[in-house]
Ligand binder design. Sequence first.
Ligand code: SAH
Ligand code: SF4
Ligand code: F3S
Length: 481
Amino acid sequence: MAKEVIIEEMPDLKKASRRNRRPTEFVLDEMVIPTQLKLLANGKKFFIRTYGCQANVLDSQNLEGILLEIGYVSCDDPLEADIVILNTCAIRENAEDKVFGEIGSLKQLKNKNKDSLICICGCMSQQPHIVEKIRKTYPQVDIIFGTHNINHLPQLIQKALETNSRIIEVYSKEGEVIEHIPCYRQDRFKAFVNIMFGCDKFCTYCIVPYTRGKQRSRKMEDILFECKNLVEEGYQEITLIGQNVNAYAKDLDLGYDFATLLVEVAKLGIPRLRFTTSHPWDFTEGMFKAMATYKNIMPAIHLPLQSGSDDVLRRMGRRYTSKEYMALVDKLREIVPNVAITTDIIVGFPNETDQDFEDTLNVVRYVKYDSAFTFIYSPRVGTPGANMKDEVSMETKHERFNRLVDTLAVDIKAKADAYIGKIVPVLVEGCSKKNTTRLTGYTDTLKLVNFVGNPEHVGKIVKVKINEAHTYSLIGEEVDE
Ligand code: SAH
Ligand code: SF4
Ligand code: F3S
């Protein structure tokens, strides 16, 4: 018999797009785990699959922290688990398709273990049409929750187990800042730290402001406290995370900004400090100066271009022109000469003309990126872009996409070639299981390096001489200081 569905709250895109001027509420989560649940969960296994960006990676670290606190233990195979969580991404249709494929295959888990729980959370859950589809088409899904109520996981699990029903609880509020949610980081050397949640930019193609709520910055003292602990635990690298990190604290009005935060975290003495993502609109010279002054702030910046056409940029709501973008790149290179610049570009925004696309290629040739993520535009339900007329064929979009990738590759390879013969610092992340002298890691400029070295140096920053360059990786050998 089909399980009963308990709807605590359904997502609502209209509500999600509202922005009030009320200050953000800061909530200290107490996370009291009911004893009953601890007994039910004791030693049972969980599996989490994470899709999407660093925001989801961090949410999954919180989910893992909570599950461990309840008493579950982690496992590597979803079909062996008692509880499976898919932490989903809604940024493009292909991201969603992957999740539906996985939900389909999890039917096997239900056949094997009918008491298992399948949970869907993350950005897909924040979309009403997706929740409806899951509810109607995928009876194997037991719990749907969203990006605003990760801390309710213990209560949701307990309710699903006790009532043997399906539960939907997705809030579409602007959001709070919730501190003290348990967090488990598997990585011992590199850590992401949230500095803000949500986004207020509402680029016309993008679903994130709806799925993540309004921009809410964490207080600087809370961020510094977390970073200080990471430094004391021996972490080598911290990446400050947010959708628009350089807009940090604009919503707080406490007399500090992103440049202040960068400097304060750098002063804690973490060997490597990174941040992502920056929006070209919110830059201050103070940020660049901080990068130039503190050698532990890595010379690498992700600066999404999206398009090089001023008309497309305007229709995307990006708030800068191609000229302004290129001037920003010039300024950045003047102040931080060795900086590596990477980007995101969307091809085939509605009614992008041949000339619009040529304009994008021209900016690409001007900037000479170190690396880039390229996407074909994917209409997202509820965003303004989804209502724009589009006469451009998919074939044309694919042709443009391929030309863009080829154009980018020319400079990416040239940049990689320039490393040949150089000795560069690499944070060693791991070694190959088959041959432990084959190590892998990243340079300060975020280039992937595969090299021969000492496996005891995993987790340390070593010097590597580069002997060979591919477009997306460098090959080298460890050398003495
Ligand atoms: N906050 C970041 C990036 C967020 S999403 C920023 O503002 O740059 C990551 C990337 O996905 C975006 O930079 C954009 O290039 C791409 N993207 C977002 N929505 C998309 C859509 N509807 N179709 C295709 N690509 C999209
Ligand atoms: Fe999306 Fe634009 Fe916000 Fe980035 S800045 S998350 S692209 S709306
Ligand atoms: Fe995807 Fe949500 Fe991140 S839509 S890219 S997981 S904010």
